[in-house]
Design a protein around this ligand. Structure first.
Ligand code: GSH
Length: 205
């Protein structure tokens, strides 16, 4: 498989973690968001939205949208499951994933921040306030959904951790005070003891 990837993209980071957890071999092709490689006609032929990640399967078929990619990997590579079989438990984990993927990430990604500072003329300081606001709103709710651990949904690594770790990485990168979130940080730190997470991290990419 070939992952079209940007090291700091949290959506691509989710896919790197999952490929590692499921021991699926893959190569990475860098799509540099800072030099706007993702807006090139060549890349948009692969991903019509011009976003990372895109996963190219060994037979050449393409999957876009990280959640669709993760669902494909979960269904196709079930030996290392990232969702439990119990429907309620699976829904509980998906709630945490969606809190991040649907309610935090979309309002804080690069093109939204660029629209704020570029088109709308928002200051860098107000951009940071915006960024922190949406993470705080999401993390306040997420913190109360996490139990005693060690991982976000209990004893095993699940998709909740796959979504949580990149979002915490972003929060730290943008200087958010994480002291109100001891359970989120505990899950993040426990995941970072595992090689699959260490190898997927932006600093290793
Ligand atoms: N919902 C999409 C979001 C993808 C997305 O927003 N990717 C970001 C990087 S994390 C991106 O390509 N941003 C480019 C831009 O905003 O211009 C997914 O989960 O794959």
């Amino acid at each position: 498989m070939e992952l079209f990837d940007y090291f700091r993209s949290s959506a691509a980071y989710r896919v790197r973690i999952t490929l590692n957890l499921k021991s699926i071999p893959y190569t990475k092709t860098a799509v540099n968001l800072l030099t706007e490689d993702h807006k090139s006609a060549e890349y948009k032929a692969l991903n019509h939205q011009g976003l990372v990640p895109t996963l190219k399967l060994d037979d050449g078929r393409l999957i876009t949208q990280s959640t669709a990619i993760l669902e494909y990997l979960e269904a196709g590579y079930p030996d290392v499951p990232l969702l439990p079989t119990d429907p309620f438990e699976a829904a509980r984990i998906r709630s945490m994933c969606n809190l991040i993927a649907c309610d935090i990430h979309p309002v804080n990604n690069l093109r939204v921040l660029k629209y704020l500072t570029g088109t709308l003329g928002v200051t860098e300081e107000d951009k940071l306030t915006w960024y922190h606001h949406w993470i705080i709103e999401g993390f306040d709710a997420l913190e109360s959904q996490i139990g005693e651990g060690p991982f976000a949904a209990g004893n095993a690594v699940t998709l909740a951790d796959v979504y949580l770790v990149p979002q915490v990485f972003n929060a730290l990168r943008f200087g958010l005070d994480m002291s109100p979130y001891p359970k989120i940080m505990r899950s993040y730190d426990d995941c970072h003891m595992k090689s699959e997470f260490i190898d997927a991290a932006p600093e290793a990419s």
